[in-house]
Design a protein around this ligand. Structure first.
Ligand code: NAP
Length: 492
């Protein structure tokens, strides 16, 4: 074991496998190339890149992080049509970036990694059909909001119409004459209801828990603005910095300090939105949450309240008893007849790179290490799993910031770890147990002060009810990612 100081000789040739061709997988490939590591491949289980933007194609899909912040820093996009871009535009953006960086031929589509095992200092990857590749480093860019959470609703299989999860939208289904039911009230359901209400004869939203809605306009950029962005890209850089700072100060730092003045500003805006824009007092009370704003991931919409007050929309607050061939039966005995049932019921957020079977040093199984809940040092490295690094892994800042900005900071940190191997300082690097435990202890203490812990059910909470997301400020995240503290790592 070395202490990570003296380089011991020739630089080592290295091969990398990146798992996933979404936002962070593409970023990983581009970053490796820029750093002079050209022996890498991206393995992608689907037949197209794009990750969440490939999989979520439901009507109304958009990103509620401003477009100029939800872009790679090295690939500004003067052509974003709106302050918050629609999903298909974001998907095209990633396809364009991949094309410009010549990634197309380096992504192996239709290749689902089934197992990766660390043997004799290298990772051996296989698919269900057998061995695939042997590499020095694995970068897991497998996403977070990825595995659909299918609700356990009695009789779901008996429904006569079309039924699908929001992340598995069936575009062959005709919507225009259909009575639509949407289960859920999260960001996804709100976007779907708002997009469809003017298009379909009737839409029912099945609410288990109401959500606070932050009002946010989404203006289109004018032709003059887009022309200015093209002519003067420095305007985009400046705008990006301003948005990033404002996002951190007014949102990200507020939600991790439940008593901060900024948090109270967000709550007041949500309350005013409800009071001022929902006219029927009965409906208003049905829509009023009994927990604090941003305890669940804040839903952002300029016009959801208008949509749900349309005469052809209904907010159903009675619980779902069962799904029947003709529709949804609620506990009050009423049958809501439907042609299409959309399950906007969210994702299993504790999966990360699972179901891949990951076996680390000395046969250590990730499934066992994560049997209770997933944990990683600074969301990147797990003790006993050397040379395996995650982007947007457990306990990361998902939901707090632009995930692109997060992934850029993370990949720079990962490259600093890789540099330890390549320079010959070590052959294997993974977080130490003590550093991982110390980080987890501090993280849990901080998590209890966040607004996510103020009393609601949400996907932020782990099996103990403790928020799993990054509970510190964005500045702290930047500081941590600026350079690894090698003392936190085991170098072999
Ligand atoms: P979500 O926020 O987890 O919401 C799931 C909804 O389904 C909740 O209303 C939940 O009710 C309901 N639900 C789950 N199981 C149910 C059951 N068995 N019966 C009845 N209702 C059930 O999921 P999401 O809306 O897909 O959003 C997930 C995350 O994706 C968001 O929080 C956000 O981070 C991200 N997202 C972002 C955007 C964007 O614009 N950037 C858009 C969409 C999604 P309860 O509240 O009672 O649990």
């Amino acid at each position: 074991m070395t202490n990570g100081t003296a380089p011991s000789g020739a630089r080592r040739p290295m091969r990398f496998a990146i798992i996933g061709a979404g936002m962070s997988g593409l970023l990983s490939g581009i970053t490796l190339d820029n750093a002079g590591y050209h022996d890498w491949v991206i393995y992608e289980k689907a037949d197209r890149l794009g990750g969440t933007w490939r999989e979520n194609t439901y009507p109304g899909i958009a990103c509620d992080v401003p477009s100029h912040l939800y872009s790679y820093s090295f690939e500004p996009n003067p052509a974003w049509s709106h302050r918050y871009a629609p999903g298909d535009e974001i998907q095209s953006y990633f396809e364009g970036v991949a094309h410009r960086h010549h990634l197309d031929g380096r992504i192996r589509y239709g290749t689902a990694i089934d197992r990766t095992e660390f043997v004799n200092g290298r990772w051996h990857l296989s698919t269900a059909t057998g061995p695939l590749d042997t590499v020095d480093v694995v970068i897991a860019a497998t996403g977070v909001l990825h595995h659909p959470n299918m609700p356990d609703l009695a009789g779901l299989d008996t429904f006569r119409g079309a039924s699908f999860h929001s992340a598995r939208w069936d575009h062959s289904v005709q919507l225009d004459d259909a009575r639509i039911g949407v289960v859920g009230t999260g960001s996804t359901a709100v976007q779907i209801v708002t997009a469809l209400v003017d298009r379909v004869p009737f839409i029912s939203m099945f609410q288990r828990t109401p959500q606070w809605i932050a009002p946010q306009e989404n203006p289109a950029f004018t032709d003059a603005e887009i022309a200015a962005f093209r002519a003067h890209p420095e305007i985009i850089d400046q705008m990006r910095d301003e948005i990033s700072r404002g996002f951190a100060d007014r949102f990200s730092n507020a939600i991790v300090d439940a008593e901060s003045p900024e948090m109270h500003v967000i709550e007041a805006a949500c309350r005013a939105n409800l009071e001022n824009n929902v006219h029927d007092p009965v409906l208003r009370e049905k829509l009023r949450p009994d927990y604090r704003a941003a305890c669940k991931r804040l839903v952002v919409s300029p016009n959801f309240y208008q949509a749900i007050q349309q005469p052809n929309a209904e907010l159903v607050t009675e619980g779902i008893e069962a799904i029947e061939p003709a529709g949804v039966r609620t506990v009050d005995g009423r049958l809501h007849e439907l042609d299409v049932l959309v399950l906007a019921t969210g994702f299993r957020t504790d999966r990360f790179l699972r179901p891949i079977h990951v076996i680390g040093r000395d046969g250590l199984q990730l499934d066992d290490v994560w049997a209770q809940r997933p944990v990683a040092h600074l969301s990147i490295s797990v003790p006993g799993f050397p040379n395996l690094f995650m982007l947007n892994g457990p306990n990361g800042p998902v939901g707090n910031f632009s995930l692109i900005e997060v992934a850029e900071l993370q990949i720079a940190y990962v490259m600093a770890l890789v540099e330890q191997i390549e320079s010959g300082r070590c052959r294997e690097i993974s977080a130490s147990h003590s550093a991982t435990e110390a980080f987890d202890t501090e993280r849990i203490a901080a998590a209890k002060k966040t607004v996510w812990a103020s009393g609601c059910r949400s996907w932020y909470l782990d099996d103990r009810g403790i928020p799993a997301a990054w509970p510190f400020t964005f500045d702290r995240f930047r500081q941590e990612m600026a350079a690894p503290k090698l003392g936190d790592y085991e170098l072999v």
